[in-house]
Design a protein around this ligand. Structure first.
Ligand SMILES: *Cc1c(COP(=O)(O)O)cnc(C)c1O
Length: 369
């Protein structure tokens, strides 16, 4: 690891390999691995991550929106890509770029069939999404007859898989609810297979589903956060390595007197003689204002320095009183030791939010061993 000379998000591809192998080790050999690379691969870099995982022979990718899939195709990714949340306006692009849409309601299904027919497609792969309790996207259990009838009337598309999403796979207090979702998914998929006359692939588990519900791995699993190094529990966090380190430098150090204030709206007032450091990273880079006023902190030469006052667009100020440091010294916002999940928790949010917030302004650099 090199010392940062500016704000940089350093991505360790060997950590990605480790996490991929760890998650795969939880699966039966027949279970396929879909890597979720939506939202710039959880704030890292979707192209670099997808290229690396493609080399490791990942079976599938998923993105949220078709635009994200187009970026991967433009970069030469040839692995199948599931688009989790497509909109009809993009259906032609989806077909032209060989992306595979999730069908989550009747409107989407019928409009996609229309476009697939216009493009003279036969057996274009789609993935039928069922709602089993998250109540977000998906057909309901009692829609099976309807879907099967629609599919039987066309040869333009084929149900390559049917899937659902767990609402609380990381929360062991909700085990009964999750078991019920697994049960409902089985009854939907049995009915669907019976009525359509073939058995699509079945998939249900996200990262925490993989770790907590081995009986529900089925034909494929869909892992996001685990690949990026977070396991949604202290135990699993120890088995995974965060792939991203967000680092910066000290631009300037100030010595301030008691009652002097720091930053916009004078939100921080010094309690006595204090030393502050200004860091070139702000809310436009993904350090949300929620981390201001001592909710968040950075680490300088191994010591915790709280963020004081309000987070600015391009800067934060931190209290370095008692920390031996100089202008130009490295600042760690998070890394595998000082974890993004801890920083997130200190401000009442979650690892998913902090890592996906790192804006495209921040330079990405890669470590490959
Ligand atoms: C984002 C997403 C995932 C990945 O979830 P993780 O908790 O990050 O592993 C899986 N499936 C669906 C439908 C998703 O939207």
């Amino acid at each position: 690891m090199s010392k940062a000379q500016e704000t940089v998000l350093e991505i360790d591809l060997s950590a990605l390999t480790h996490n991929f192998n760890y998650l795969k080790s939880k699966l039966q050999p027949k279970t396929k691995f879909l890597a979720v690379v939506k939202a710039f691969a959880y704030g890292s870099d979707s192209v670099a991550i997808a290229k690396h995982l493609q080399k490791l022979n990942v079976d599938y990718f998923a993105v949220a929106y078709s635009k994200e899939g187009v970026v991967l195709r433009d970069a030469g990714i040839t692995t199948p890509i599931l688009v989790l949340h497509p909109q009809p306006v993009n259906f032609s692009t989806i077909i032209e770029r060989c992306l595979e849409p999730s069908m989550y309601n009747a409107k989407i299904l019928n409009e996609f069939i229309e476009i697939a027919e216009q493009h003279s497609q036969t057996n274009y792969p789609v993935h039928i999404k069922f709602n089993t309790g998250l109540n977000r996207l998906g057909f309901w259990e009692n829609d099976v007859d309807y879907i099967v009838n629609v599919l039987k009337k066309t040869d333009s598309i084929i149900a390559k898989s049917i899937f659902s999403h767990l609402a609380a796979s990381e929360d062991m207090d909700e085990k009964d609810f999750t078991k019920q979702q697994i049960h409902t998914f089985h009854s939907i998929s049995n009915e669907f297979a019976d009525k359509i006359g073939y058995i699509p692939w079945l998939h249900l588990c996200n990262t925490s589903g993989v770790l907590n519900y081995p009986e529900a791995h089925l034909d494929m699993v869909r892992c996001g956060i685990g690949l990026y190094g977070f396991g949604n529990s202290a135990k699993e966090d120890r088995n995974l390595i965060p792939i991203a380190s967000l680092k910066s430098v000290i631009s300037q150090i100030h010595n301030i007197e008691k009652d002097e204030t720091v930053g916009y709206n004078r939100a921080y007032k010094a309690n006595g003689f204090e030393k502050t450091a200004t860091i070139p990273i702000g809310h436009a880079d993904g350090v949300n204002r929620i981390y201001g006023n001592k909710k968040g902190f950075v680490t300088i030469n191994g010591k915790k320095a709280p963020i004081i006052g309000n987070v600015c667009m391009d800067m934060i100020m931190v209290n370095i009183t008692g920390i031996d440091c100089n202008e130009g010294d490295e600042v760690i916002i998070f890394n595998p030791k000082y974890k993004a999940s801890n920083l997130a928790e200190s401000a009442g949010t979650i690892s998913y939010e902090i890592i996906t917030s790192i804006s495209q302004r921040v330079k990405r650099s890669f470590i490959k061993y």
